[in-house]
Design a protein around this ligand. Structure first.
Ligand code: ADP
Length: 270
């Protein structure tokens, strides 16, 4: 019986999303989850924010409902709307409403610019009320135990902070995630792409060289995600240089001069 239980436990654990922690982010998230506090995840695109939330949701045994942010996101996209179905008008919950009902983690991924009506919806969920106003239904829905709001954003972009009222922002716990230290990132790239440590190390070396460029004209730097994609190309038979050209250099810029400079950097580093 015990052996069986153990086997089940091990099996369940092997389902856990792989996440390599860089600091105390898991401890902060756990405490915030216990306290029902909303979390702001800050960090550049492709640095592991989504994977971190997936791993925490798994550990906490919570359902995870993810909403990909976009500029035109309205409150109806989050809360829900009336739709015509077979001649009848029916209310369809949006992802935030589903999460509030289910006691799930609602992850608003990379909110670039929160519109004012989005902020209005979020506000009562983050304070003592913990409720979602369903204006069109004329009710307010109390959040089920376990509900937690997580918002990620990239501070490098025109920031959501501009539009989130200070009073709302101050209700969040903030966790900053950056690119992992070289050794950890090498393990991540090797494991996720299925390549050897030496190749992963070379890709991480290039990534850090690009990140360290002074006065870089790039909007984004080489992310862990890009390095993994380059690694996947290598795992599927492409040369390291070919993979870097396709998954990193050409993705980072369209400007011929910048592409040439990045290519030279790759030649020097690899
Ligand atoms: P973000 O949400 O910040 O844009 P992701 O979480 O999607 O980034 O990360 C991109 C990919 O990089 C993930 O799919 C995962 O393969 C890998 N990754 C990045 N950081 C980590 C980490 N700390 N542990 C495990 N995998 C990671």
């Amino acid at each position: 019986m015990l052996a069986n239980d153990r086997a089940t436990a091990v099996q369940a654990d092997s389902q856990a999303p792989f996440y390599e922690a860089a600091g105390d982010e898991a401890a902060v998230f756990r405490a915030a989850a216990r306290g029902g506090l909303p979390v702001l995840l800050k960090g550049p695109t492709g640095c592991g924010k989504t994977r971190f939330v997936q791993a925490m949701a798994h550990e906490l045994g919570r359902e995870l409902i993810t909403v990909a942010g976009h500029e035109d996101m309205t409150s109806a996209d989050l809360v829900g709307r009336f739709l015509l179905k077979g001649g009848e008008t029916v209310w369809v919950d949006g992802p935030l409403t589903r999460a509030v009902r289910a006691g799930a983690i609602c992850y608003l991924d990379e909110v670039v610019e929160a519109r004012q009506d989005t902020v209005v919806v979020i506000h009562p969920l983050t304070d003592h009320r913990r409720e979602l106003a369903l204006d069109r239904l004329g009710t307010a829905l109390p959040a089920a135990p376990g509900f937690q709001l997580v918002i990620s954003y990239n501070p490098g972009y025109q920031s959501v902070l501009k539009n989130i009222k200070e009073s709302t922002r101050q209700r969040f716990v903030a966790i900053e995630l950056g690119f992992p230290p070289a050794e950890a990132e090498t393990r991540i790239v090797a494991r996720e792409a299925g390549i050897d440590a030496a190749t992963a190390g070379a890709l991480v070396g290039l990534g850090n060289a690009v990140r360290g460029l002074d006065g870089s004209p790039l909007r984004e730097v080489a992310s862990t995600r890009m390095l993994i994609l380059a690694g996947v190309l290598v795992a599927h038979g492409l040369s390291l240089r070919g993979a870097v050209q396709a998954a990193v250099v050409q993705v980072l810029s369209d400007d011929p001069d910048v592409v040439r400079a990045l290519g030279e950097l790759a030649d020097a580093v690899l």
